[in-house]
Design a binder for this molecule. Structure first.
Ligand code: HEM
Length: 401
């Protein structure tokens, strides 16, 4: 690797590389920037990706932004689809929920939920890990959002049904599934959202729903905001916990190092797994003015740009040797954080990054010492809602060490 002038060297990086990537690899030797037949620009180089994600002349074009449902005059858009001063204002108003002090308030809940789930898993011995990581992720994000007046397991089922991708089913089952999804949306509205709103109208709390109500959001606008948090905070964390567990099962040396080390290094290991396996593999933006990537390469205005995080996270010029291998605490340029772009970059960078890593860490520290054995190779599929991988099942047995 060509040493970057601001590279951090790290003497503790021994033992690398531990293991390779499990989700599909980005196509090898693709150029940093290409344009496809639909005039969509595909960005794979790290610095080019950062330029686009940090550029003010872009708007959200992913997560259904261009389907005509959000950014209409009929309703306020959820945070993910806002831009400019409006977005900046909402981010700074809600940032208090994601500061270390804000996160500390959820620490006891994370500990207790993780412990209860582990006890339930121990009773059953063979379990689908995704069902438990989903419950943890839903419980924690629901607390941040303020959806705390309904039954968590039922809400988790509804969220999973809403997010499921039926595209591989035959037409009959697709139709059936669409109806289930509509019922799940209605169930979420009546049984999860309305009770939460009713309680917060009487007694506001320190959470997203209370904040939206204080700004005069209508019920359907609060619902849209909650659904963004559901997809962004719950489904992603569920998948990440499964992926981290899979890496630890396949790499006993990595697992031993994780269980024996400090919190800082545990976090570095989790960040490195997430770098290699970004749950959201691509982000989309539309340019609103020309954007110069280099002196000779400019993206025209009104162009859709797909930022391929799985490729930019493995840009060898930034992450160094063995880019497709797990190598915690790898030397990185000073301005690049360990998960590289797995939490995004720029104005929309994930506010929940620290919470996601904290809950994964608590859960894995309790789970792994019990001896986790894979029953069979898990099935990974692509979920277009989060533009990333999804574990269909991940059957594990406890006590298999
Ligand atoms: C491993 C878990 C997670 C991953 C991989 C992840 C990833 C991301 C990414 C890549 C974005 C940027 C989207 C874009 O630029 O278009 C994002 C945004 C967001 N995430 Fe996360 N996220 C995770 C967990 C969480 C959690 C736990 C929460 C909240 C409790 C959360 C809340 C959000 C919100 C509200 C946004 C939108 C921010 C904005 O538009 O300003 N995420 N996330």
């Amino acid at each position: 690797m060509q040493a970057h002038p601001s590279i951090q060297t790290n003497s503790e990086a021994q033992g690398c590389p531990f293991s390779g990537r499990i989700s599909a690899l980005p196509k090898p030797s693709q150029p940093a920037v290409t344009v496809d037949e639909h005039q969509v620009w595909h960005i794979r180089g790290f610095w080019e990706a950062r330029t686009v994600l940090r550029h003010p002349d872009t708007i959200q074009a992913g997560f259904g932004a261009e389907l005509g449902v959000v950014n209409t005059k009929l309703m306020r858009s959820p945070i993910l689809y806002l831009e400019g001063p409006e977005h900046h204002q909402l981010r700074s108003q809600t940032s208090k929920f994601f500061t270390p002090k804000g996160i500390e308030k959820h620490q006891a809940l994370i500990e207790n939920t993780a412990q209860n789930l582990i006890v339930q898993m121990q009773q059953r011995k063979v379990v689908d890990l995704g069902q438990y990581s989903l419950l943890l992720a839903v419980q924690v994000a629901a607390n941040v959002v303020g959806l705390t007046n309904s039954h968590i397991a039922t809400m988790a089922q509804r969220i999973q049904t809403m997010a499921a991708n039926p595209s591989k089913l035959g037409w009959f089952w697709q139709k059936f599934h669409r109806q289930r999804q509509q019922l799940a949306v209605l169930g979420f509205y009546f049984f999860d959202l309305l009770p939460a709103i009713a309680q917060r109208r009487k007694t506001p709390k320190e959470d997203v729903v209370s904040h939206c109500l204080s700004l005069g959001y209508k019920t359907h606008e609060v619902m849209a905001e909650c659904l963004v948090y559901g997809a962004a905070g719950m489904l992603t964390t569920k998948e990440f916990i499964c992926m981290a567990t899979l890496h630890f099962c396949k790499n006993p040396a990595l697992q031993s190092r994780y269980l024996a080390t400090s919190e800082a290094e545990r976090q570095a290991i989790l960040h490195e797994i997430l770098r290699l396996e970004p749950v959201i593999a691509a982000l989309r933006r539309r340019t609103t003015a020309p954007i110069a990537l280099t002196p000779d390469l400019t993206i025209p205005a009104q162009t859709v740009v797909s930022i391929e995080l799985d490729a930019s996270n493995t840009d060898q010029q930034v992450v160094g040797a063995d880019p497709n291998q797990v190598c915690p605490m790898r030397p990185l340029p000073n301005q690049v954080q360990a998960p590289v772009m797995s939490f995004g970059d720029g104005a929309h960078r994930c506010p929940g990054a620290a919470i996601a890593i904290a809950e994964a860490d608590v859960f894995l520290q309790k789970l792994l010492p019990l001896g986790v054995k894979l029953i069979k190779e898990p099935k990974l599929e692509y979920n277009p809602l989060i533009a990333g991988y999804e574990f269909q099942t991940m059957q594990i047995q406890l006590g298999g060490a």
